[in-house]
Ligand binder design. Structure first.
Ligand code: NAD
Length: 272
């Protein structure tokens, strides 16, 4: 049998699609002929990202949508369906961390506000569950589809300081396995649920932890990451795309419930 990486003509809904990592996925999927719905809490940014894709000859729409609000997700799903007729791929990329939910010199574990922990947990985990509930219903009706969650290295073993983010991403990886089994057992053998676990990419969400705001130099944490990444560097957003294309295509037709590290070897290295 021929290995088939072709994804042209498919439709993807990308949550957090205006963000650094997912806008790159959106662009690259569109270049492969995928019709892309860029969904984001910030509607203007979603439309901008979609415009850029359309100007480059792709097919995209930008839709404002909040992964923590079921009505907003239903509205967005119906717009995507009206425009594209189907949803083949769902990428759950809305997520992030915030300083108030992170321990550090100015924030001890004992003082950390519960609402900050809850905010981070909800965005990363509940947002993934809720968006999957709303968008995968369509896949269940057609009997096929592909869900790709965005986990993190913080799921494999917790990263220092990021208490709620690490827990939420561990929950995302766990949910990926749970959902893969649940869909196959209850709805269809042709729905697959997988995740990617990116290593360290220097983006907005972690910049304050990894580089000194004043000097632009690496913080001790940033240095430790590079020292513990056998490839000796941060990743780039485009380096996540190959796995997304693979997971979206028939080339991965027997890959299900998997969490794929894309981390320059970070998770393989014990530090010794
Ligand atoms: P980003 O902040 O650039 O993108 C996140 C996007 O999600 C933003 O556009 C934001 O507007 C959107 N968003 C926030 N709340 C939302 C909500 N309630 N509903 C809908 N959209 C919402 O972040 P990023 O670095 O591109 O990260 C994307 C994903 O990758 C996240 O899940 C993140 O946890 C994960 N990740 C990032 C890294 C990294 O190094 N940057 C590493 C591992 C995993």
């Amino acid at each position: 049998m021929k290995v088939n990486f072709d994804i042209a003509g498919k439709t993807a809904a990308i949550m957090g699609g205006a963000g650094v990592l997912c806008s790159e996925m959106a662009k690259q999927l569109a270049k492969k002929g995928v019709k892309v719905a860029v969904l984001d809490l910030i509607g203007d940014k979603a439309e901008e990202a979609a415009d850029e894709i359309n100007k480059a000859g792709g097919k995209a729409i930008g839709v404002e949508s909040n992964v923590l609000d079921k009505d907003s997700l239903i509205l967005a799903r119906d717009i995507v369906l009206k425009e594209f007729g189907a949803i083949d791929i769902l990428i759950n990329g809305a997520g992030g961390n915030k300083k108030e939910g992170t321990t550090g010199p100015d924030m001890s574990f004992f003082d950390i506000p519960l609402d900050a922990l809850q905010w981070v947990f909800n965005l990363n985990f509940m947002g993934t569950v809720l968006a999957t509930q709303v968008f995968s219903e369509v896949m269940v009706k057609r009997g096929k589809g592909n869900v790709i969650n965005v986990s993190s290295m913080a799921a494999i073993s917790p990263l220092t300081r990021t208490i709620s983010y690490s827990a939420a991403k561990a929950a995302v990886s766990n949910f990926t396995q749970w959902m893969a089994v649940h869909f196959n057992q209850n709805y269809s053998k042709d729905i697959r649920v997988n995740a990617i676990a990116p290593g360290f990419l220097l983006t907005e969400q972690n910049m304050y932890l990894l580089t000194d705001k004043e000097t632009g130099e690496s913080t001790p944490r940033g240095k430790s990451i590079i020292d513990n990444t056998p490839m000796g560097r941060y990743g780039r957003p485009d380096e996540l795309v190959g796995a997304i294309i693979w997971l979206s295509s028939d080339a991965s037709s027997f890959v299900n419930g998997a969490v794929i590290p894309i981390d320059g070897g970070f998770s393989a290295f014990s530090g010794v």
